[in-house]
Design a binder for this molecule. Structure first.
Ligand code: ACM
Ligand code: ZN
Length: 749
């Protein structure tokens, strides 16, 4: 993925709302408390007319905690009644009544019964200490038909057992679609009998990229072979069916195809040879639209369609560079022969051919929003990820859409301050952001809105090395998605939802499921004054629970309690954490400060940074926090196509002999090192004397981390001009566009 990985930060609201709901996720559409209580018995009598399969599931979920036995008729504690004549779209509807004598579920379908069981299980769990459940009536059904979670098993592989656990999480919170991302540049993970090399060659790679993308480092360890046999795939599909979850397979085309091309290089525009990618990103070698390729893909899809009963088959369609097609004689001829406008027309031609084929098998295609390029295939559904526009365009032209915009639905993004989170893709998608999402874009009329099938969150696994990390990234955000998809999210009352989330953490604890505690985490902000800088801490929880240290030790419940902003007079590391009843609740936030003679001083910029990368404003450059590559949007300022001209006012004549600053390089994201820098001094802020000029080569040799000896200086103003690389040269990502210049922390000592 090439998605920009810059960070955006929002402030947490601190309002506290009373808990007024039961601890249920997703919250039902209607819930009415009635009189009396149902006493939870030692042994739960299950009526023998309960739908079989689903009741087997219930027995497993009850586990050893609650005993059960099968009974006939009136002694049953749990009874079922099937409703007849289901109105359209009510398959998942259920009615649940808890009376002092019985729990009774009514539904049109077994699916509805299964969704109701999740509520029953949550209630039994919540009230197991009290041993009684208050009587109530629930009438419930989801707003959206597609409530999905995606899992990328290509960048990192997860076992059948782990995939089943993932499906269990979906089932527990009433999601109903599992999008299984099975093929990509870094690995082909599904056995195809007709093309054994796909897994023999394509399911392993030489090594994997590690650390932050900008580090460009590799682990040197062969990865794979890792794939699912067709028998295993069937086992997973059956497991999901038993939980009323639809599994939608994704076979990527025409891009993200390097693993397939490594096995069958004749399907590319050029000769190859190719290797499964070891790096993350987007690659130029893609499927060439020749007859041989279509035959191959049709044969692959035959086997996929035989395995997967889903109505939709996901054919990818995203991030397909046109570089090879532009230079390929066959591709160019095909464009002419079919009167296509250009390579985007060719992408549309590609997808439409595949769609026709899939339609002949009685199935439909769904693809990422780039399948809109050059014209949408007639029956295709769109998965809107680059934003919401793809979904809007689809719905307006009477095509179905699933909404999964990156800013709200990408669970590979950070969910808390990166300083206290494990390495992740750079976006910022905290719990409240997910919870605030409305899948129906405001632009749509009620008629058009009917084409919004639903909502999905995606978990790309470039930075997710094991299943514990998968759990961490999806929880608690899956709770928010669950309620958004069910249609009962109430973002105005986020705090109330957060209380239910915190309650649900106990369930995850008991199931030994890992989750992010980021909602407790401390956020920090630098404030400057004549006296220097100070650090202000806040939390979405009770601020009296914040403890901190200044000596590098991990804070404990007995450490300093935070009262007001903390002065930072010298270089040090501030660690903070949130405690409740003496228990550590948050991750420990670690913030190193590097104090120099510029720290906290007045700074002015002649040109302002781009809005998205200007968090903290000019002070960012002298806030005592050295830019961290994991926090582009927070600890750096970003300027596209502009130079940085910064003037620092020391207030008094100040002696120094070294000036330092950092600029960043990440050509994949169009970020280039500065071309040059000039340093000046002045005593009147009008007449400046240049004291140092730093060339391109010096900046490159220092990898952007400049420490310039400027001789003995004594001045009131320091000015620095850092030159943007300008237009990105040919052969680089984003060639001919304006380069980004990222700058941080201008120091003087
Ligand atoms: C995507 O994130 N490339 C669909
Ligand atoms: Zn070609």
């Amino acid at each position: 993925m090439i998605r920009s990985f810059f960070l955006f930060f929002t402030l947490f609201s601190t309002a506290i709302f009373a808990q007024d709901k039961l601890n249920l996720i997703p919250y039902p559409q209607t819930l009415q408390m009635t009189d009396g209580t149902f006493i939870i018995p030692e042994t739960l009598n299950l009526d023998s007319n309960l739908p079989k399969n689903e009741t087997e599931y219930l027995k497993k979920r009850l586990g050893s905690g609650i005993k059960w036995k099968d009974v006939k008729g009136k002694d049953a504690h749990l009874a079922y009644s099937k409703l007849s004549n289901a109105p359209a779209g009510k398959d998942e509807f259920y009615n649940l009544e808890i009376s002092p004598s019985q729990i009774i579920i009514k539904s049109y379908t077994q699916e509805g019964y299964f969704r109701a069981l999740q509520t029953v299980i949550q209630l039994l769990e919540n009230y197991k200490t009290e041993k009684k459940i208050p009587a109530m009536k629930i009438e419930d059904h989801p707003k959206f038909a597609w409530r999905g979670m995606h899992l990328d098993v290509c960048r990192h592989f997860f076992t059948v057992d782990e995939v089943k656990q993932y499906i269990d999480y979906l089932a527990m919170y009433k999601l109903n679609t599992f999008h299984w991302h099975l093929t990509d540049d870094q690995g082909w993970r599904i056995e195809i009998k007709k093309y054994p090399k796909l897994t023999q060659v394509g399911s392993k790679r030489k090594e994997s990229m590690i650390g932050a993308y900008v580090d460009n480092t590799f682990d040197g360890k062969p990865y794979g072979p890792y794939f699912y046999t067709q028998e295993q795939i069937k086992e997973v599909i059956k497991y999901a069916q038993d939980r009323h979850i639809t599994v939608v397979p994704e076979i990527e085309m025409p891009g993200h195809a390097l693993a397939a091309l490594s096995a069958y290089p004749e399907l590319a525009c050029t000769k190859g040879p190719f290797e499964p990618a070891t790096k993350w990103g987007v690659f130029d070698d893609v499927f060439c639209p020749k007859e041989e390729t279509f035959t191959f893909l049709e044969n692959v899809l035959d086997e996929v369609i035989d395995l997967f009963p889903s109505q939709y088959i996901h054919i990818g369609g995203d991030e397909c560079p046109k570089t090879r097609w532009k230079e390929c004689a066959h591709c160019q001829e095909l464009i002419k022969k079919n009167n296509l406008k250009d390579e985007h027309g060719l992408q549309s031609y590609f997808i439409q051919r595949i769609e026709k084929y899939v339609n002949t098998k009685g199935r439909k295609i769904i693809g990422w929003d780039e399948i809109l390029e050059g014209g949408l295939a007639p029956n295709a559904a769109v998965m809107s990820w680059t934003g919401v526009n793809g979904g809007i365009e689809a719905a307006k032209s009477k095509h179905f859409a699933v909404m999964t915009p990156g800013a709200y639905c990408y669970f590979d993004h950070y969910q808390g301050d990166p300083q206290s989170e494990p390495n992740a893709f750079g976006g910022f998608t905290p719990l409240d952001k997910v919870y605030s999402y409305n899948p129906v874009p405001a632009e749509l009329s009620p008629e058009q809105a009917k084409y919004i099938l639903g909502v999905q969150a995606n978990l790309w696994t470039e930075y997710i090395l094991d299943f514990k990390q998968v759990q961490y990234m999806i929880f608690p955000r899956l709770f928010a998605l669950s309620e958004v998809g069910w249609g009962t999210a109430d973002p105005k009352n986020y705090k109330e939802f957060e209380n239910r989330v915190i309650h649900e953490f106990k369930v995850l604890d008991r199931l030994n499921v890992n989750y992010a505690k980021s909602i407790y985490n401390i956020t920090g902000k630098v404030v400057s004054s004549q006296q220097g800088i100070a650090y202000e801490l806040s939390t979405s929880q009770n601020p009296e629970g914040i403890r901190y240290t200044l000596d590098g030790t991990v804070p404990s419940a007995r450490s300093n309690a935070y009262r007001s902003r903390i002065p930072i007079p010298k270089s040090l590391t501030l660690k903070s954490a949130y405690f409740e009843d003496g228990q550590l609740k948050s991750a420990v936030s670690t913030q190193p400060f590097t104090i120099s003679k510029t720290t906290g001083k007045n700074i002015t910029l002649e040109q302002q940074p781009s809005e998205n990368y200007s968090f903290g404003g000019a002070l960012t450059l002298v806030d005592g926090i050295i830019g961290n590559v994991k926090q582009l949007g927070k600890t750096w300022l970003g300027f596209q196509g502009k130079d940085v001209a910064a003037t620092i006012d020391f207030g008094n004549k100040t002696a120094f002999s070294e000036v330092s600053f950092n600029t960043l390089e990440n050509k994949g994201s169009w970020i280039h090192l500065a071309k040059s820098a000039k340093i000046f001094v002045s005593d009147d802020n009008r007449n400046f004397k240049m004291i140092k000029e730093i060339g391109k080569e010096d900046i490159q040799n220092a990898k952007g981390k400049i420490k310039a000896n400027v001789g003995t200086q004594n001045a009131k103003y320091l000015k620095i001009i850092i030159e943007n690389a300008g237009i990105i040269p040919a052969g680089n990502p984003g060639a001919d566009s304006k380069a980004w210049l990222f700058v941080d922390e201008i120091g003087a000592n």
